[in-house]
Design a protein around this ligand. Sequence first.
Ligand code: SF4
Length: 402
Amino acid sequence: NCGQCTLWCPTSAISEKSEIQKVKDAINDPNKVVFVQTAPSTRVGLGEEFGLPAGTWVQGQQVAALRRVGFDKVFDTNFTADLTIMEEGSELVKRITNKEVTPQITSCCPGWVKFCEYYYSDLLDHLSSAKSPQQMFGAVLKTYYAKKNNVDPEKIFSVSIMPCTAKKFEKERPEFNSAGQYWKNKNIRDVDASLTTRELAVLIKENDIDLTKLPEENYDPMMGAGSGAGLIFGNTGGVMEAAVRSAYFLITEQKAPEALFKLAPIRGLEGIKEATLNVPGVGDVKVAVVHGLNNARIVMDEVRAGKSPYHFIEIMACPGGCISGGGQPRTSVPPSDEVRKQRIATMYNKDASYVLRESHENPEIKKLYQDFLEQPLSHIAHDLLHTKYTERKGNLKAKKLV
Ligand code: SF4
């Protein structure tokens, strides 16, 4: 077990099983093309494995290292973080305008999702049906990208670099074979292997590569562009802030006001944060941001009692969000608040420096809808990008788990 997660994840979802050899075998297999995606928060963690201070930005060096390790294409999970926002934001707008079940609750954290499936299975209809960025990436890679580039989807080996050990579990969920269903080929899985940030560091070092000496390189096109909104997905409050920027636009067809680009009440390390947003045509929208599963229990008990004041809730299992996930470097175990703050500060500073800060403005996302997905919540978007959850109450061994 990863150490950190056993502290925080009571669901046994999280155990670290190395997939380094599996990835090396794929890289050495002449019949495979090996494509990789990198999660938002690995770029503010990886440097610590090479002696750099917590929060050092190594996005470009990480891309360069992945190419030198042997990946054929290096893509960005921020691209599908933007896609998740498009689908999840559209779902939220639909739920609010049609007076469907609210609060909508985020579902991009597999540690949280599994916890909910065990302990709050009566509330699964509150979870957004939008898949996580990791899983959307795999589904789009082996359909849209494969088709556009004439690559045999069965030859694609899809790897994710994640700050998270629970992502290894998530990719194995039987339902995450949307590309296989699309091609009617049960051998095709959406994501074939997931490495933690720490495993990536091992792979880089095994190849005698010094990350600190590498030039900064750019992601490959088509699935390599991400907005500032996609980037801040990696820290507590980031998914909500990203969603708010786009949901405002989807409802009003106007750019969100400047205040929504630095949503102070939902930033920082307080366990439960909330904000009220006034959206023209809708009125007050109340949102909450929660990290750590003990805090999740508090807001979920409120939802169960019918007393939740919120329309939308972000929940992340790890305190601080993915920047301090169980797969990140162990500069301190568990990460100190100081380390968390340094990683988070880099994320927000980079977002503030970007020209592209809204998911719906990402040109590669616009092209994906134009050429393939049609529009958010379309039939094909539902097939590839949305999912259902599993009641696991019957399997619960609560006495061991909490
Ligand atoms: Fe994984 Fe992020 Fe959830 Fe932690 S918060 S379990 S790193 S997805």
